[in-house]
Design a binder for this molecule. Structure first.
Ligand code: TPP
Ligand code: SF4
Length: 268
């Protein structure tokens, strides 16, 4: 088998705009699925409405595409009823952190064994460029024509604070780092979060003078620092940067195991 066996090539061409790096995440996922030899009968991907949510339908796994913001709610139901399944939620940042923010923090609190991958393109791509909770201050969006006035979420700090047992950030420029991070996350038991910095040249780029897909990738490169680099930087130097790497990798009781123990021998 090769990584291409995890892609539904008959569905090509992709619907995405040129330079959209949601596709880079899908590509990395397929390669890691091949490395880990993920069983297509024991893995399910849940995604929702949005460009990021549509991309997983090109992966050759059972894919459940649900209402915007509800990927983790459905993923939780699948995992509780089929604890033997590997459950992955592949989401956009608006999807995961705005309308789906509540599901996100409670999945982390419960430490349910789901891998949550959040593609952070800093905008609502599919619906025409409205700002997301991840849009950087000052950036323009259709709903922020004079620049974003609100601060952006730190997804990783939020996930860690809510109790996720694996938390990491990576990006679509450093693709080997992206693959290594996804590989570790997919082997983790418990609620794992991988934030992937991605680019939307069409809706973010055009409004923020980085419409060229290559420039958007250079922007990601310029904005990211490793944890080792971050340690040598002042808070002022770190302002607006994204530290990539692993922030949490720990274990504590997982929700479906807690349920199994609670109902053991009761015939439930
Ligand atoms: C319940 C509901 N609310 C709002 C929408 C409209 N809607 C569709 S996609 C989307 C945002 C998409 O942004 P994101 O999740 O960041 O994904 P992207 O398209 O940027 O990849 C919104 C608001 C919807 N389809 N359903
Ligand atoms: S609108 Fe943005 S997120 Fe959607 S496909 Fe185009 S580049 Fe990708």
């Amino acid at each position: 088998m090769s990584w291409k066996d995890y892609i539904k090539e008959d569905m090509f061409p992709l619907f995405t705009c040129a330079g959209c790096t949601h596709g880079t995440v899908t590509n990395a996922f397929a390669r890691v699925a091949d490395e880990l030899k993920l069983d297509k009968d024991k893995t399910v991907i849940v995604c929702a409405i949005g460009c990021a949510g549509r991309i997983p339908t090109f992966l050759d796994f059972p894919v459940l595409r649900v209402t915007h913001g509800r990927a983790l709610a459905f993923a939780t139901g699948i995992k509780l009823s089929h604890p033997e399944m590997k459950v992955v939620a592949l989401m956009g940042d608006g999807d995961a952190l705005a309308i789906g923010g509540n599901h996100f923090i409670h999945a982390a609190r419960r430490n349910i064994d789901i891998t949550a991958i959040v593609s952070r393109n800093e905008i609502y791509g599919m619906t025409g460029g409205q700002y997301a909770p991840t849009t950087p201050p000052g950036a323009r969006a259709t709903t922020a024509p004079y620049g974003m006035l609100e601060p952006a979420f730190d997804t990783c700090k939020m996930a860690a604070g809510a109790g996720a047992t694996y938390v990491a950030r990576t990006d679509a420029y450093h693709v080997q780092h992206l693959q290594r991070t996804l590989k570790t996350a997919l082997q983790h038991k418990g609620f794992g979060v991988v934030e992937v910095l991605t680019s939307c040249p069409t809706q973010f780029g055009r409004r923020n003078k980085v419409a060229d897909p290559a420039k958007m990738l250079e922007r990601i490169k310029a904005l990211t620092v490793t944890q080792a680099q971050a340690e040598r930087m002042t808070p002022e130097e770190l302002e607006g940067k994204f530290v990539i790497g692993e922030f949490v990798n720990t274990s504590r009781p997982e929700l479906t195991e807690i349920y199994a123990r609670a109902f053991a021998g009761m015939g439930v």
